[in-house]
Write a protein that binds this ligand. Sequence first.
Ligand SMILES: Cc1cc2nc3c(=O)[nH]c(=O)nc-3n(C[C@H](O)[C@H](O)[C@H](O)COP(=O)(O)O)c2cc1C
Length: 350
Amino acid sequence: MKNFNLTHRIVMAPMARMRSYGNVPQPHVALYYSQRTTPGGLLISEATGVSETAMAYQNMPGIWRKEQIQAWKPIVDAVHSHGGVFFCQLWHAGRVSHRDCQPNGEAPVSSTDKPFVEDPSNEFTPPRRLRTDEIPTIVNDFRLAARNAIEAGFDGVELHGAHGYLLDQFMKDSVNDRTDRYGGSLENRCRFALQVIEAVSNEIGPDRVGIRLSPFANYMESGDSDPKRLGLYMANSLNRFEILYCHMVEPRMKTASEIFECTESLTPMRKAFNGAFIVAGGYTREDGNKAVAEERTDLVAYGRLFLANPDLPRRFELDAPLNKYDRPSFYSSDHVVGYTDYPFLDTTDQ
Ligand SMILES: Cc1cc2nc3c(=O)[nH]c(=O)nc-3n(C[C@H](O)[C@H](O)[C@H](O)COP(=O)(O)O)c2cc1C
């Protein structure tokens, strides 16, 4: 696989687990990731905030403070000691946030000042539209966070450009209503994400950079009127920077957890992009194998199955039964239950 020194194609998808109290990753996080590590296997961390204004939910980790960098070090070391390759997912929530999670109780920032249409429990504070001259500051926050991730020992970073968060809020025409050079045309809407890619690639080297995109998704009221064109434009533009990988969420994942029948596919983007391609969203052992066999992807990322099966690659190898995931504990703050207590396969009788 291009530029990627991996021993298998099963990737751990990024998953927020909300167990990093005070935005600082904790010792139990090391156990969780190391349980899921295989020699030469790729793991992508949970979404990790690039700055104070990037934050949304409670107990998400960050990587902008010294203390956070120090706290990540033993976690990354634990993964490395088991032979894993570990990328940090860098994240800015944008308008998917509340003033209680923001510095000085201010409104979250976004590409827009449009609030959510549907927000019955007032989960989100109406955002403040970033001024054009503020955008370089956010690009710089990503650059510094990438540098911090490398200092913490990560092998690279994945920019979170999916699921309705800040980068996606700029790319999608249902959210971006700007009239400056960051809004309007497709080229303008993608400018911010590509500037982040460029800054981060210059900082740590493009061979340590990936991006996650979900052009077809509509999460957090962030949809696009022409997702195929958006996906293709991004895949082609990323080639300029020669980044390591492009990670795309399947069109069938229109919402975060349900799979929809659909005729759209990621194949045009896979063909357009020159680096390694990762797909995610509703994959099983069988259709993951099929996607690889048909050369529709290089790697397959598994979310919920990996969450519930720390030894997922081993189970796939043996075609062994899988543990079922427990949805209520996905985002609970317990540092053991539903986190590090999923059983490993008992292989004593095999
Ligand atoms: C508990 C949980 C947390 C998630 N957090 C993130 C995240 O931090 N970043 C991200 O890009 N996707 C996140 N996702 C989406 C997953 O990476 C993945 O795309 C999704 O679960 C679909 O894949 P699956 O069917 O293999 O689970 C999360 C999913 C779950 C279940």
